[in-house]
Design a binder for this molecule. Structure first.
Ligand code: BGC
Length: 461
């Protein structure tokens, strides 16, 4: 869009100029994408060598893939961004067979920002309710449980994990710097629940394992949701920081990259004034720089900040009461995706969304909203592709499938297409050739993947 552009004939010049500036600052060209990817790949490498590098490259102690013969009954508890999901997964005797019973519990807001006791108490109570509802037998032997805890942890083994830092807006006191398994286990024991935690699992590792179980071509497990991250299998000989682990040379071990922390030192990512504000307003300023430009917890806020900017700077929505728009985090990623995916000629979908904020938009304001959503989501998809391309570059993977879980990916077709097209651009596939790195929806990570990891952890005992 440029000033005077026919299709936006009625856009006031002051707004047009600002929108044009925003669009320019959010565009990432091919050379920049490649530069970011190259730097990203070198940072992944660094993280394998030391414990204090920017990208943590956390060792998960999940060694190798399942062989299809895993069986037994497992409880899985997944502490997601909005819900706690509790499942009983039965891996049946036939290869790949499973049954799942599941229940979701909404994580109350006060728990996200409360104390450790409140958090673990909520999880234990929800698990108790699940076990009662599904009359999971209280046998003398405790049921093996996998705990999917999707935050960066340092693990000495698979039943241990010291929380490095909260991400995605969580801010529970008394957990950072402590072993989350020990804390949760104490509460489970106090409440006499018949489970024993056998594995701490990151959602990316669960996605990798569950994905590869179904499709052996899956080499990377990714999440694109409230947060963003990826896991892949690394050869133990390529991980200098665990050279004394005693693992057999050649063993493959899953690395949870925690690459949301990429470029915390601000070398390559093209940050804008809106990114600075998102960071400043966040619960952990200075951290998760890449994630804050890409993931669901932040992209809605970017859009809201832009609209507030255009309102204050250029008089957009001057006929409306913008007090609701002025509340931090009033826009979530679902809203942003819905705006971007509204293909109606007169933008009725966008109009309905803005009405919820007491805004009665003019036609040009609707058009500007559509442009902003596309701008934010296109940058997110393009930067998102850099992380995957960097793993492929680092591992010299020419062809593979990438299992991707998360609402931002599965419910958002434009995003998937843009990310796939960007991989093509970065990795330079010839025109007309098929995609060599294929992004595939993969959704069983926190149940089947976690249960398989629990089974693997018991097998290696
Ligand atoms: C967390 C990761 C997680 C990702 C996706 C990030 O904020 O640090 O552990 O995998 O979100 O849920």
């Amino acid at each position: 869009m440029t000033v005077g552009d026919e299709s936006y004939g009625n856009v006031p010049p002051a707004v047009a100029v600002e929108v044009e500036m925003i669009k320019n600052s959010f565009s990432v060209d091919k050379d920049t994408l490649r530069k970011i990817t190259g730097h990203f790949a070198s940072q992944l490498e660094k993280g394998l060598a030391s414990y204090d590098s920017e990208i943590p490259m956390n060792v998960t102690w999940v060694t190798g893939y399942p062989n299809g013969k895993e069986s037994g009954s497992y409880i899985t508890v997944d502490m997601g961004g909005t819900n706690l999901r509790v499942c009983q997964v039965v891996l049946t005797e036939e290869p790949g067979g499973h049954n799942v019973a599941q229940e979701k519990f909404k994580l109350p807001d006060n728990v996200r920002g409360g104390s450790a006791d409140e958090l673990w108490g909520f999880i234990a109570d929800s698990l108790d309710a699940f076990l009662r509802k599904y009359t999971v037998k209280r046998q003398s032997e405790k049921l093996p449980m996998a705990f999917t805890f999707s935050y960066p942890v340092t693990q000495n083994n698979i039943r241990h994990g010291i929380l490095q830092r909260w991400t995605k807006g969580f801010d529970v006191s008394g957990v950072e710097g402590y072993d989350v398994i020990e804390q949760l286990e104490q509460v489970l024991q106090r409440k006499n629940l018949p489970v024993t935690i056998v594995a701490l699992v990151n959602d990316t590792t669960g996605t990798l394992i569950a994905g590869a179980y179904k499709d052996p071509e899956i080499k990377i497990g990714c999440i694109f949701s409230t947060g963003c991250n990826a896991a892949y299998m690394e050869d133990v000989d390529s991980i200098p920081k665990i050279s004394k682990s005693g693992l057999r040379p050649g063993t493959e071990i899953a690395i949870n990259t925690e690459y949301g922390a990429f470029d915390n030192s601000h070398h390559v990512l093209p940050r804008t004034q809106f990114d600075h504000t998102v960071d400043k307003e966040s619960t952990r300023p200075g951290q998760q720089t890449y994630e804050k430009m890409v993931a669901g917890h932040y992209v809605g806020e970017l859009m809201r900040l832009m609209l507030v900017h255009l309102h204050k700077r250029a008089g957009m929505f001057s006929q409306s009461d913008c007090s609701k728009l002025n509340c931090n985090n009033a826009f979530d990623s679902k809203i942003l995706a819905a705006i971007d995916e509204d293909n109606t000629e007169s933008h009725t979908g966008i109009r309905d969304i803005l009405k919820r904020f007491n805004i009665d938009p003019t036609p040009y304001e609707l058009e500007v909203c559509a442009i902003l959503a596309e701008t934010i989501c296109t940058r997110a998809a393009r930067l998102y592709a850099c992380g995957i391309a960097a793993i492929c570059q680092k591992k010299r993977i020419q062809r593979c499938h990438v299992g991707v879980d998360g609402s931002m990916f599965s419910n958002y077709s434009k995003f998937r297409k843009r990310a796939a097209a960007t991989l093509r651009e970065i990795l330079n596939w010839p025109d007309g050739s098929e995609d060599q790195i294929l992004l595939c929806p993969a959704e069983d990570g926190s149940s089947i993947g976690a249960a398989l990891i629990a089974a693997l952890s018991l097998r290696s005992d």
